[in-house]
Design a protein. Structure first.
Length: 40
């Protein structure tokens, strides 16, 4: 999860917020998938 620390600086906050909302609505697996795709 914390492999891309260099490119995860500014997006980390936005991604975390979106990932949290997505995780609640969508299943945990789907949320994790979207979370990883957004970082990469």
């Amino acid at each position: 999860m914390g492999r891309n620390k260099s490119g995860k600086g500014k997006k980390s906050k936005e991604v975390k917020g979106k990932a949290r909302k997505n995780k609640r609505e969508i299943s945990k697996k789907e949320g994790f998938r979207k979370f990883q795709q957004t970082i990469y």
